[in-house]
Design a binder for this molecule. Structure first.
Ligand SMILES: CC(C)(COP(=O)(O)OP(=O)(O)OC[C@H]1O[C@@H](n2cnc3c(N)ncnc32)[C@H](O)[C@@H]1OP(=O)(O)O)[C@@H](O)C(=O)NCCC(=O)NCCS
Length: 368
C-alpha cells in the first residue's frame, strides 16, 4: 500500500458531477450514478461526499435514508483507480459514519449491500457490527432490440396482471407485516437497496421509472371458511379460474366493502414483480425484483406473464437501445426457472463476469 495522500472529504456538489463521472462506470455497465447523480446530490435527505486530493475529485460515497429515516444505507462508493488501496475509501466511510451518528439522531439502523464478488470481505462486515439480514439470487441478462420479435405483444399474456397502485402496495405491506407470504424477510431488497415494508418507502418504490405488477392466485379454493374471492368490480372468480358476473348488492358497493375486497385482493397475490429502469451512458438498466408464493413458483404461467410484461415495458421505453436486465429473486425461486423463462422470450445472453447473489447487511449499534 502506498502512503495515504493528503485527502479532504467534503459534501459533494452538483458542480462535482463531471469529476465524479470521470471516475468511470464501476459496476460493469450497471452504474446507476450517471442517471441519479443530480437527484441524489440535491436531495436534502442524502449525504453525498467526495474525496479531493490537490483539488481533484478522487472518490465518492453516499448515505441515503429509508424507512421513514430510521435506516440509512451506504451506496455508490468508488475511488479513482490510481488512488485505490491508500485508505481513501476508509476516510469517506468514516465521514459518512460520523455524519449518521451525529447528524441523524433518528437513525437506528445502518445498512450496506454486497455481492458474492466480495465474499472475502465477510469478516470485515461482521467485525464492523453488520449482520446479514437478506440474501437473494441475482442475474444479469443483455437486452437487445433484435430479440424483441420473440416476445410477442402484451395482449398474449396468459394471466391477468395489474399495475400496483400506492394503495395496493400499502395494503400489501400491512398484510405481509401481519403474515408474510411473499416477503419472507418482511423486506424488499433489490437495486442494492433494502426496504422495510413501510408506507414511507412507497414513493421511492412506485416512482418515475419504477413500479410493480401483480397477479392473483389461480387457485380459488378457500380453506378458511371465507367467501370466494370477489374481484372489486363485482365479478366472482370461480374455481376453474373463469369469472362470471354476480348481482351487485347495493350495500357491497359501500366504501367499507370496497376496502374489504381490496384487502382480500392483496391477500391473494401470488406473484409481485417490482421494476425500476434508468438510462446509462451506453444504454439502460432494467431492475426486476421477483416475489412469489410457492404455488406461483410451481406454475410457469406466473413468471412467464410477468417477464413478458416487463420486457414489453422495457421495449416501450427503450425501443432501440441495448440494455441490461438485472433480476433479483428469492432463493426459493429457482435461477433455472427464471433463466429458461427468459430464454423462451429470446433473452439468453448473460452479462460477462456477473455475480450470483447479493446480501443486505445491517447494524443497529450506531456509535453516537
Ligand atoms: C471498493 C473501493 C471503493 C475501495 O477503495 P480504496 O480507496 O481502495 O479503499 P481503501 O484503501 O480505503 O481500503 C480498502 C477497503 O475497502 C474495503 N472494501 C473493498 N470493497 C468493498 C465493498 N464492496 N464494500 C465495502 N468495503 C469494501 C476493503 O475491505 C478495505 O477495507 P479494510 O482495509 O478495512 O479491509 C474501490 O476499490 C472501488 O472504487 N471499487 C469499485 C467500486 C466498488 O466496488 N464499490 C463498492 C463499495 S459501494
Amino acid at each position: 500500500m502506498s502512503s495515504a495522500p493528503d485527502v479532504t472529504i467534503r459534501r459533494a456538489l452538483l458542480s462535482d458531477e463531471a469529476a465524479v463521472m470521470s471516475l468511470g462506470d464501476v459496476y460493469s455497465g450497471r452504474d446507476y450514478l450517471f442517471a441519479l447523480y443530480s437527484d441524489l446530490v440535491q436531495d436534502p435527505d442524502t449525504y453525498p461526499v467526495v474525496a479531493v486530493v490537490n483539488n481533484v475529485v478522487v472518490g465518492f460515497y453516499l448515505t441515503e435514508p429509508f424507512d421513514g429515516g430510521v435506516t440509512v444505507i451506504k451506496r455508490a462508493g468508488r475511488v479513482a483507480e490510481s488512488y485505490r488501496g491508500r485508505g481513501v475509501f476508509h476516510l469517506m466511510e468514516a465521514e459518512l459514519e460520523r455524519h449518521t451518528a451525529h447528524e441523524r439522531s433518528q437513525v437506528m439502523y445502518e445498512a450496506v449491500a454486497r455481492t458474492d464478488k466480495v465474499d472475502h470481505l465477510i469478516d470485515r462486515f461482521l467485525s464492523k457490527g453488520y449482520r446479514p439480514v437478506y440474501r437473494k439470487g441475482i442475474m444479469n441478462k443483455l437486452l437487445k432490440p433484435s430479440n424483441y420479435g420473440r416476445q410477442g405483444n402484451n395482449t398474449h399474456l396468459t394471466l391477468d396482471l395489474k399495475e400496483m397502485s400506492r394503495q395496493d402496495l400499502s395494503l400489501m405491506f400491512h398484510a405481509e407485516n401481519d403474515e408474510p407470504r411473499l416477503f419472507p424477510q418482511k423486506r424488499l431488497f433489490n437495486f442494492y437497496l433494502g426496504y422495510r415494508l413501510m408506507d414511507e418507502n412507497i414513493p421511492s418504490i412506485l416512482c418515475k421509472g419504477g413500479g410493480a405488477f401483480y397477479s392473483a392466485t389461480k387457485n380459488d379454493v378457500r380453506t378458511d371458511g371465507c367467501e370466494p374471492y370477489h374481484k372489486p368490480n363485482g365479478n366472482v372468480q370461480s374455481q376453474n379460474g373463469s369469472s362470471h358476473i354476480r348481482t351487485i348488492d347495493n350495500r357491497s358497493s359501500s366504501a367499507d366493502s370496497n376496502m374489504k375486497a381490496k384487502i382480500n385482493d392483496v391477500k391473494r397475490i401470488a406473484m409481485v414483480t417490482f421494476y425500476r429502469f434508468l438510462p446509462t451512458r451506453t444504454g439502460y438498466l432494467y431492475f426486476l425484483d421477483v416475489y412469489a408464493t410457492p404455488e406461483a413458483v410451481t406454475s410457469r404461467d406466473y413468471l412467464q406473464s410477468h417477464l413478458q410484461r416487463h420486457l414489453f415495458t422495457a421495449r416501450r421505453h427503450f425501443p432501440k437501445t441495448n440494455g441490461i436486465l438485472c433480476v433479483a429473486h428469492d432463493l426459493h425461486i429457482p435461477k433455472d426457472l427464471i433463466s429458461s423463462s427468459l430464454a423462451q422470450l429470446g433473452i439468453c445472453e448473460d452479462l460477462e463476469g456477473q455475480e450470483d447473489f447479493q446480501v443486505l447487511y445491517e447494524k443497529n449499534d450506531i456509535k453516537r
